[in-house]
Design a protein around this ligand. Structure first.
Ligand SMILES: NC(=O)c1ccc[n+]([C@@H]2O[C@H](COP(=O)([O-])OP(=O)(O)OC[C@H]3O[C@@H](n4cnc5c(N)ncnc54)[C@H](OP(=O)(O)O)[C@@H]3O)[C@@H](O)[C@H]2O)c1
Length: 430
C-alpha cells in the first residue's frame, strides 16, 4: 500500500464534492489501486462557515504556504476558481515540486501555457479533467484512448446553466428572465450569471479543448463569443418549425492549415445527437479520422460529478508517482502546432426580418442576396404573427456564407424602406 497526501485549496462546491467523493469511495480506491489517497490539509479562509459536510477541523489551514510548501504533500488540488490568486498558487506549488490538479478553466485558458511549461520544467504533472465538461472524462479520452486520431472538429454543449435555460424556454415556453431566476434558486446558476450567459465560461473551455486536440493557444477573448441573452421565444418557435432546436454551441473545425472557432447560439437539427442534450447536461461531440464521430455525455457541473473528475486526476497522478514513470509526465496541453486560428468561418444562417406586408418584397430581397452570392435554403412568412406596427416577420435559412458577407448584405437590405428591422441572425449548425 502506498500513501499519497493531497492538500486542497478552497472548500466550496467542488472542494466539498471532492472531499465527499473520496469519503464515499476511499476503500474502493484503496482496494483497486493499492493507493491510500489522503486529504491532509484544506485551505479554508472562513473555517467558521458551515460547509454542509463533516470535516475534521484539524485539517483546515488559513495560510496557503502551509500546503504548497509542505514536504509531506504530494498533490495540490486547486479549487478556489478565478484567474488570481489561483494561477500564482498553482505556479508556486509546481515550483515546490507538487503535482497539481485543478478544475479551473478560467486560469487554464488564461495561463495554461505558462503552467504547463512550468510543470514540465519541474517534472510534475498538471491535470485538469474537471475544467471541461465537469464529470465527463473528455480530457482523458482525448489524451489517451483517442490519441491515435487526427481530429478535425469539436462541437460541444459545455455550460449546464445556459443549456438548462434554453431547455426550459424550448420545452415549457418559459421566459429567459424567469428561468434564470429559477436556475439561480436551484443552484444551477451563479448569483452573477454573466460568465455563463454571455458565453465566457464556454470560450474558456473551448480554448482548453483546442489546445488538446489542435495544439493551438487561442486566448478565450479572441474566440468570437456570443451568449444567450438575445435568444427569445419567437426564434425558438421558428427554429422548431424548421425542425431545429437552439443550443449554445462551442465549435472548432480544422480546415486545411486553419482552425475556425466560435461560441454562439445555433440552430441544430433535432436529429443531431447534441439536440437531445437537455437541462443541465453537457455533451462534447468530436470527429476523428479513425474513430469517426463520437459523443461524450454527462453532468457538466455539480459537486459530486466534478468531484469524480478531480479525484480521478488525483488517482491517476498517485499511480504515476507509484510508477515514477517519465512517459506519463508528458504534458497534456499542447501549443506546438503551426495551425492558424481564425474566427467564425463559413456557415449557414437563420435570419428574421420585419418587413412591410406588400408584394415584391421577397423578390427584391432575394436579388440583393444573390448579388452577395447568398442563396436561400428555406423561407417562412407568417402574416398571422403581425407585429404592432403592422409589419410581418420574414424568416430565412441561408446557404453557407461568411458572417462578413452576410452582414454587408443585411446592411444593404436594412436601408430599404420596406424593411423595418433585422430582428435576429443565428448560426445554423449542419
Ligand atoms: N461548480 C461546479 O459545478 C464546477 C464544475 C466544473 C468546474 N468548476 C470549477 O471549480 C472551481 C471551484 O468552483 P466552485 O463552484 O467550487 O466555487 P465556490 O463554490 O465558489 O468555491 C470556491 C472556494 O474557494 C474559496 N476561495 C476563493 N478565493 C479564495 C482565496 N483567495 N483564498 C482561499 N480560498 C478562496 C472560497 O472560500 P469561501 O467559501 O470561504 O468564500 C470557496 O470555498 C472553479 O474554478 C470552477 O470554475 C466548478
Amino acid at each position: 500500500m502506498k500513501t499519497v497526501n493531497a492538500g486542497i485549496l478552497g472548500i466550496g462546491n467542488v472542494g466539498t464534492g471532492t472531499y465527499r467523493t473520496l469519503q464515499l469511495n476511499r476503500e474502493k480506491i484503496l482496494e483497486s489501486t493499492g493507493i491510500d489517497l489522503r486529504i491532509t490539509k484544506i485551505l479554508n479562509r472562513h473555517p467558521e462557515k458551515d460547509r454542509g459536510i463533516a470535516i475534521d477541523k484539524s485539517v483546515y489551514v488559513q495560510d496557503v504556504d502551509s500546503i504548497i510548501k509542505d514536504p509531506n504533500i504530494d498533490i495540490v488540488v486547486e479549487l478556489i476558481g478565478g484567474i488570481e490568486p489561483a494561477t500564482t498558487y498553482m505556479a508556486e506549488a509546481i515550483k515546490n515540486g507538487k503535482h497539481v490538479v485543478t478544475a479551473n478553466k478560467a486560469a487554464l485558458a488564461a495561463n495554461g501555457e505558462m503552467l504547463q511549461k512550468l510543470a514540465t520544467e519541474n517534472h510534475v504533472m498538471l491535470r485538469f479533467e474537471a475544467s471541461v465538461g465537469g464529470g465527463i472524462p473528455i480530457i482523458n479520452a482525448l489524451t489517451s484512448a483517442l490519441l491515435s486520431n487526427d481530429f478535425t472538429e469539436v462541437l460541444g454543449i459545455l455550460n449546464g446553466t445556459t443549456n438548462y435555460i434554453l431547455t426550459k424556454m424550448t420545452d415549457f415556453q418559459q421566459k429567459y428572465a424567469d428561468v434564470l431566476k429559477e436556475a439561480q434558486a436551484k443552484g444551477f446558476a451563479e448569483a452573477d450569471p454573466t460568465s455563463d450567459v454571455e458565453g465566457i465560461d464556454v470560450a474558456n473551455k473551448l480554448s482548453i479543448l483546442m489546445s488538446l486536440i489542435f495544439g493551438v493557444n487561442v486566448p478565450p477573448e479572441e474566440i468570437p463569443t456570443q451568449g444567450i441573452t438575445n435568444i427569445n421565444q419567437v426564434d425558438i418557435d421558428y427554429a422548431n418549425r424548421f425542425g431545429c432546436k437552439i443550443k449554445l454551441l462551442a465549435a472548432a473545425k480544422k480546415i486545411g492549415d486553419k482552425v475556425e472557432c466560435d461560441v454562439q447560439p445555433a440552430l441544430i437539427d433535432v436529429n443531431h445527437p447534441l439536440a437531445s442534450v437537455n437541462n443541465e447536461f453537457n455533451a462534447i461531440f468530436v470527429r476523428g479520422n479513425a474513430v469517426d464521430d463520437i459523443m461524450f455525455y454527462g453532468k457538466g457541473a455539480g459537486p459530486l460529478p466534478t468531484g469524480s473528475a478531480v479525484v480521478g486526476d488525483m488517482i491517476s497522478i498517485a499511480r504515476n508517482i507509484d510508477k515514477d514513470s517519465a512517459y506519463d509526465m508528458k504534458p497534456l496541453l499542447r501549443y506546438d502546432s503551426d495551425l492558424e486560428y481564425v474566427g467564425e468561418g463559413v456557415n449557414q444562417y437563420y435570419v428574421r426580418l420585419s418587413v412591410d406586408d406588400r408584394p415584391g418584397i421577397l423578390g427584391n430581397i432575394s436579388s440583393t442576396l444573390g448579388r452577395y452570392g447568398i442563396g436561400i435554403e428555406s423561407m417562412m412568412q407568417s402574416i398571422q404573427s403581425r407585429n404592432e406596427d403592422e409589419s410581418v416577420p420574414l424568416v430565412f435559412i441561408f446557404y453557407e456564407t461568411s458572417r462578413e458577407v452576410l452582414d454587408e448584405a443585411l446592411q444593404e437590405i436594412t436601408n430599404r424602406s420596406f424593411v423595418k428591422s433585422v430582428d435576429s441572425v443565428i448560426r445554423v449548425q449542419k
